[in-house]
Design a protein around this ligand. Structure first.
Ligand code: GDP
Ligand code: IMO
Ligand code: MG
Length: 425
């Protein structure tokens, strides 16, 4: 039963889009299982660059079916625009399938996301303001509106009226905003039904049928382990479960079907938005990582915070997800530095931590303990075999494997699809 999960092992933007695209060549189905258009996944094919927010990266291959499963939240306007963008660029999105159980991001979710952030002031999370948190909050409080509701106008209007009466009270009385109009929203959303109908199906059944027929299924995570609602750096997290467990609940498939769980990790680490970040660099090394690594958000254009690789966090990620392998990305960016540092432990409040701290007070006060490794200082973007990497780069990878006890199966040395090498070469 060849199912593989590709997920973010850090705080997102590890290169999941590229990695999924690399593996999707042999996949029948590529499934997004959580999140929404807060994600920005980049695929580079030759001179062409694609940024996808909702549609799984498998869409690039004509024989691969991209699936948006029940655990996702869908902004229908964004989805329709993304299918149009792909069609314009010669990629046929007709094979896309979306779950009738996925929840819809409504206009009041986007509005609430923006005003709640403003009211948080200094405690703001730095969300993408796409309405993700409020949409998941409605899902869990059972006030959500799902894709299938678009095809039953009476039910849609009933649910919308119920949800909006509460939202309008919050918007006007708590946040000093103008109320939103139910009929405007109904007219807009019911207008999307026709365009979405051909894509909507029972995605859990579709995935099961593919697995049952021994076809290759790939699950593509969005965000990353440290942004997980349960296991991340709460409350500075997203509102879904990017971790391996989330791939199962989000797609309606049991864990016995998965045989590989690949954690995508940058050779350094980045974070966008607020929250604790032990190895963050605010010096010129961090600046170089931002510039050379092009570390600006795919979705919001925000500058990403950067720092040295954190093995405390990666070991945590390996444990939370039962990782079978790492896919190490952006190793080429480290060619800039004479010496490289890797965090192997934290010091906080007088103690040493080798496991990721449970308490936010501890995490906030962490200073990393580093080991220094020699850099290689040569261009590695054309290297296609592990054995042809400079010895220092091989050693950097072996160090990660040694300390996490997870093999680095593949290494990416540039944004382009072919800039990949397998560890076994
Ligand atoms: P995702 O959200 O995990 O899919 O990652 P993003 O697409 O948001 O950010 C990763 C960025 O790094 C994108 O601009 C990619 O094109 C780029 N990228 C991916 N792998 C590599 C690599 O090995 N080297 C370099 N230099 N860039 C890479
Ligand atoms: P991909 O899939 C990096 C961050 C936001 C914010 C927090 C909550 O491209 O790796 P949200 O809008 O989800 O409520 O924001 O999560 N965040 C991401 N950071 N990559 C992402 O996606 C992210 N999606 C959300 O910056 O800190
Ligand atoms: Mg991204």
């Amino acid at each position: 039963m060849p199912a593989t999960i590709v997920l973010g092992a850090q705080w997102g933007d590890e290169g999941k889009g590229k990695v999924t695209d690399v593996f999707a060549e042999n996949a029948d189905l590529v499934v997004r299982y959580q999140g929404g258009n807060n994600a920005g996944h980049t695929i580079v094919i030759g001179d062409e660059r694609f940024a996808l927010s909702l549609i799984p990266s498998g869409v690039m291959y004509p024989d691969c079916t991209p699936v948006i499963a029940s655990g996702c939240v869908i902004d229908p306007r964004v989805l329709i625009d993304e299918t149009a963008m792909l069609a314009d660029r010669g990629i046929d999105p007709a094979r896309l399938r979306i779950s009738s159980n996925a929840h819809l991001i409504m206009p009041y979710h986007r509005k609430l996301d923006a005003v709640m952030e403003r009211y948080l002031g200094r405690q703001m999370i730095g969300t993408t303001k796409k309405g993700i948190g409020p949409a998941y909050a409605d899902k869990y409080s059972r006030q959500g509106i799902r894709v299938q509701d678009l095809f039953d106008p009476k039910i849609f209007r009933d649910k919308l009226t119920a949800a909006l009466s509460e939202k309008n009270r919050t918007l006007t009385r708590v946040y000093n905003q103008l109320p939103m109009d139910a009929e405007d929203i109904a007219a807009e959303y019911l207008g999307y039904a026709e365009a979405l109908l051909p894509f909507v199906t029972d995605t859990s059944l579709l995935i099961w049928e593919a697995i049952d027929a021994d076809r290759e299924v790939l699950f593509e995570g969005a965000q990353g382990t440290l942004l997980d609602i349960d296991h991340g750096t709460y409350p500075f997290v997203t509102s879904s479960s990017p971790t391996a467990g989330g791939a199962m609940t989000g797609s309606g498939i049991g864990p016995k079907t998965v045989d590989r769980i690949i954690g995508v990790a940058k050779a350094y680490i980045s974070r966008v938005g607020t929250g604790p970040f032990p190895t963050e660099l605010s010096d010129e090394v961090g600046e170089t990582m931002v510039e050379v690594g092009g570390e600006f958000g795919t979705v919001t254009g925000r500058r990403r915070r950067c720092g040295w690789l954190d093995l405390v966090a990666l070991r945590y990620s390996a444990r939370i997800n039962s990782l079978t392998d790492f896919f190490l990305t952006k190793l080429d960016v480290l060619s800039e530095f004479d010496t490289l540092k890797i965090a192997v432990a934290y010091r906080s409040l007088g103690e040493t931590y080798t496991e990721f701290p449970r308490q936010q007070r501890v995490l906030y006060n962490c200073t990393p303990e580093y080991e220094e490794l020699a850099g290689w200082r040569t261009d590695i973007t054309a290297v296609r075999r592990f054995s042809e990497l400079p010895l220092e780069a091989q050693h950097y990878i072996e160090f990660i494997e040694d300390r996490t006890r997870v093999p680095v199966g593949w290494v990416s040395v540039g944004p382009e699809r072919r800039q990949v090498l397998a560890r076994s070469t």
